[in-house]
Structures are given as structure tokens and as C-alpha cells.
Design a protein around this ligand. Structure first.
Ligand code: ZN
Length: 484
């Protein structure tokens, strides 16, 4: 903090998050031209990691010239309000849909931090008195002014000598693979002419799957020609089983309805809710699930649903073409959009079978906690987990068969059926990650494997070395590497 800005001769990449974990994505590029931060995410899950959210950044926020944001998930954008509050004044470059979704996600995050602090103060839980929020809704709203959208494929200058181009990543709406080009010494601001070409660094962000039901496949590396790749590894070493995931979802819903129970699905508000609604609609059509009400109980999910609907109507470039002429893919029969708290409480009073889709996706907060407190002890009901559950979250505890979980300050017994469907994920699996890397036209000088739990990252790095013979490294927290 506060140290003089170093301007290295060779660009240096620092790994300031998403090392040994799937959260807290933050990568710093130090160049002779200026400093660029790629993603500024929040840590989630294990307490040791969450505590990093409270530490000052290992750089002066005012010294950053520009941020490139790959997508609007909170583990990639959730610390931007702190960055702006603490002195960053440059632009945050992201796709247009990412800007729209961040405008939903970040104020909500600030609001949750305020609620958490208020709750801790009321119960006297905090070691600090009074407990302060990590940041406020007002901080988050202020940070939105820095969002500066760019179109996919449009080259934008971050500082003279450093340029960014975003391409669809197929993970959530607006999600991007980011190409950063850094001119070499003496190349000046123009690039391209004479001497060595720029260094081309590609950040995968979170990489989608070739068959995301709503979005097109991730942009391949052949047109990006990277010298260095920073790739995620959420599902390194693991393989998705798609057909059985849908069958198991349908089976869980049918069994639960037959028992007279309720299906609670904790879902990330952005994208997972939309993908679920799309699948539920198709399962209804094919008669695979009974006709029971489907409630989306999350103001944030409903707001993001509006952005997805707009994207389909506008024909956004990352939306699957075949969706553009069809009926609204997000409206199964019996869809109930719950916006207010009374409607949310009403869902827990009604005894009839139903499906409740509610945030947060790893059951770390949000309205889903109240539904879990109500339905976890009910042996007729079911909890269906439809995404990656990070270590240290309630979702992970449920997936691993916990007999009770701590919710809203008390322990609740788990008697409901718990169904874990990780392959519903919108992250590429092991083979899909390798397939994407294999589209590079020339061997990159290095592949840095990030955004995974240690086994996942190690499995992907080993496979990259074995299959392609490339240098593949799992960087450590705060490790710095020179770029070629
Ligand atoms: Zn993501």
C-alpha cells in the first residue's frame, strides 16, 4: 500500500486471488505503460478466505489505470465497490450485458453486507462493536458510474500501449474471455508496427460449456493467438454427466411432489435461475415432471431474468441463435414471480407441492435460508443443488451429507432428501477446458491455471503438460511472474 508505482521493463502478472479457490478473482498486470486489474472479486466460502475481503488491497487502488471485468458474478466483480471507494478513478471495461447485470448484483451485495452487519449488531455476535458492513449499497451504486461497456470484438485502449478486447465466454450472459495486448519496450502507443509485436495475454474468465442451453459456445483461442493463457479450473479433473443430470432433476421433482413435499433449489440469481426455468419448461412439455407451481423467490433473480429476456428479444450476440425466434424460454407453466417479503413468507406457509428457486446458489445468504430452515427438517421435501458448492459453504455441507446445518443462528436438522447435481454447472469440465486450450494456434509460452480448488487446478495443469507438452503452472497466492 502507498508504495511508489513501479514501472517494470517487462510486464509482470500478479495473482491476487482465485489461487487454490474458486473465489476472489483478481489479477494485476504491471506494465511500463500503466497498471491494469483483471477482475476484482469477492472471496466466499472458508473463513480464512472471507477475511481477505477485509484486508487492504496489496496495491494502492488509485494507482490502477483501468479494470477489465470478465463477468458479473460476485466472485469476479464483488470487490469493485471497495476499489472505487478507496481511490480507483479509472474505467471498468466490460461487456454491455455485464454492466447491466453488475448494476443488479453489486447494490444487492452492498445491501446484504449492511443487513449482515445489522443482524450481527442486534444479536451481539460481532467481535467489533458496532459491526461495520464490508461496503454499503451506496458504495456499490457509486462504483457503477465507473462501468464503461465495450462491444464484443471491439478493441479498446486501457492506457496507451495496453489494449483489451472482449469475446463471448458462454458462461453467463455478457461473460467474456479477455485478450490483453501489451506493447513491448519502445513500441509506443500504436502497436503493430516494427519491432516485436505486443504480448498477448488471454484470461478465460469463467469458461462456459459448448452446449450451454441459452448461450453460444466460448470463443476459441485460434483467433486470439495467446502468448500466455490464464485459465480457470473449477471442474479440473471432473466430468459432467449431462443426460443423467436432467433425469435426476425430473426424478427428484416427481418423487417430492408425490410425497406432498416442496423442492427447494438454491440457485445463483444470475444465469442459473434462467437455465433452470428453461429446463423446467422443457421437462413440463415432455411430461417428465408434474404440473406444480414454480416460484422464483429472489428480486435479484427476477431483475436478471429481465436482462436475459431483453437479450433474447434484442438478439444479443452471445445468445443461442435458435432461441431468438421461439417462445419465451424462461416461462414454464405456473411460474410465480415473488418480489416482496410477504410473498416469500407465504411460500413457507402453503403446504401444497411446489418448486422454490431462490438465491443464493451456495446457500450462503439470501432468502433461500428461510426456505431451507422451513423445509430441511421436512422428510417429504427435497433440496436440489444445481451448481458448484465451494468448500466452507452450507451448500457444500449439504452435498456432503451433513445431518444438520447452522442457519440464521441455530442448527436445523436435515431430514429432506438432498440431491446434488453438480453437472448442471455452466463451467466447462476437464475435457472441455482442454478442448478450449487445444484451439490455440501456437503453443503459449505458459498456461497459468487458476480459479479451482487445489486438486482441480493440479489435475488440469498436469493434463495440459501431458497432452500438449506446454508449461502449465498453478500459481500461488500473490505470486508474480514476468511475461515474455
Ligand atoms: Zn462465474
Amino acid at each position: 500500500m502507498g508504495s511508489a508505482i513501479s514501472r517494470p521493463d517487462d510486464p509482470v502478472l500478479s495473482f491476487l486471488g482465485a489461487t487454490g479457490t474458486v473465489t476472489g478473482s483478481r489479477f494485476l498486470l504491471d506494465t511500463e505503460h500503466g497498471r491494469v486489474l483483471v477482475d476484482c472479486g469477492l472471496y466466499q466460502g472458508l473463513k480464512d478466505l472471507r477475511e481477505r475481503n477485509w484486508q487492504p488491497f496489496p496495491f494502492d487502488p488509485a494507482s490502477i489505470d483501468a479494470v477489465v471485468l470478465t463477468h458479473a458474478h460476485i466472485d469476479h466483480c464483488g470487490s469493485l465497490p471497495i476499489l472505487v471507494r478507496d481511490g480507483f478513478t479509472g474505467p471498468i471495461r466490460c461487456s454491455g450485458r455485464t454492466a447491466e447485470l453488475a448494476a443488479i448484483v453489486l447494490p444487492d451485495s452492498g445491501h446484504l453486507h449492511e443487513e449482515e452487519a445489522a443482524w450481527a449488531n442486534k444479536r451481539g455476535w460481532s467481535k467489533h462493536s458496532p459491526a461495520l458492513p464490508l461496503y454499503t449499497e451506496a458504495d456499490a451504486v457509486r462504483s457503477l458510474d465507473s462501468l464503461a461497456p465495450v462491444g464484443f470484438g471491439e478493441v479498446v485502449e486501457l492506457v496507451p500501449g495496453v489494449r483489451a478486447t472482449l469475446h463471448p465466454a458462454g458462461h453467463i450472459l455478457g461473460s467474456s474471455v479477455a485478450l490483453i495486448e501489451i506493447d513491448g519496450a519502445g513500441a509506443g502507443g500504436g502497436g503493430g508496427g516494427g519491432g516485436d509485436g505486443p504480448v498477448r495475454v488471454v484470461f478465460s474468465g469463467d469458461l462456459g460449456r459448448p452446449h450451454h442451453p441459452l448461450l453460444g459456445p466460448p470463443t476459441s483461442l485460434d483467433q486470439l493467438a495467446p502468448d500466455v493463457v490464464v485459465v480457470e479450473s473449477t471442474y479440473g479433473g471432473r466430468h459432467h454427466d449431462d443426460t443423467s443430470a436432467l433425469e435426476r432433476l425430473a426424478g427428484a421433482i416427481s418423487r417430492t411432489a408425490a410425497r406432498g413435499g416442496t423442492v427447494v433449489i438454491p440457485a445463483f440469481a444470475v444465469d442459473r435461475t434462467e437455465v433452470l426455468l428453461h429446463h423446467l419448461r422443457l421437462l413440463q412439455r415432455s411430461g417428465a415432471i408434474p404440473d406444480i407451481p414454480i416460484a422464483v423467490d429472489s428480486p435479484m433473480a427476477l431483475a436478471s431474468l429481465r436482462v436475459y429476456r431483453d437479450a433474447v428479444v434484442d438478439g444479443s450476440p452471445d445468445v443461442r441463435r435458435e432461441l431468438l425466434d421461439g417462445p419465451d424460454p424462461f416461462t414454464p407453466d405456473g411460474l410465480v414471480e415473488v418480489r416482496d417479503v410477504d410473498g416469500s413468507k407465504e411460500l413457507d406457509r402453503r403446504a401444497d407441492p411446489k418448486i422454490i428457486v431462490s438465491a443464493s446458489g451456495m446457500a450462503t445468504g439470501g432468502r433461500v435460508l428461510h426456505h431451507l430452515a422451513r423445509y430441511l427438517p421436512d422428510h417429504r421435501s427435497a433440496i436440489v443443488l444445481v451448481g458448484f458448492q465451494a468448500a466452507g459453504t452450507r451448500g457444500r455441507a449439504l452435498a456432503e451429507g451433513a445431518r444438520q446445518v447452522k442457519l440464521l443462528g441455530r442448527y436445523v436438522p436435515v431430514r429432506a432428501e438432498v440431491v446434488d447435481l453438480p453437472s448442471f454447472s455452466v463451467h466447462a469440465d476437464h475435457d472441455e477446458l482442454l478442448g478450449w486450450l487445444g484451439t490455440a494456434p501456437e503453443p503459449p509460452s505458459a498456461v497459468y491455471v487458476v480459479h479451482g480448488e487445489p486438486e482441480g487446478s493440479a489435475a488440469l495443469a498436469d493434463a495440459v503438460a501431458e497432452r500438449f507438452g506446454w508449461t502449465a503452472v498453478v500459481p500461488e497466492y500473490r505470486e508474480r511472474v514476468a511475461l515474455p
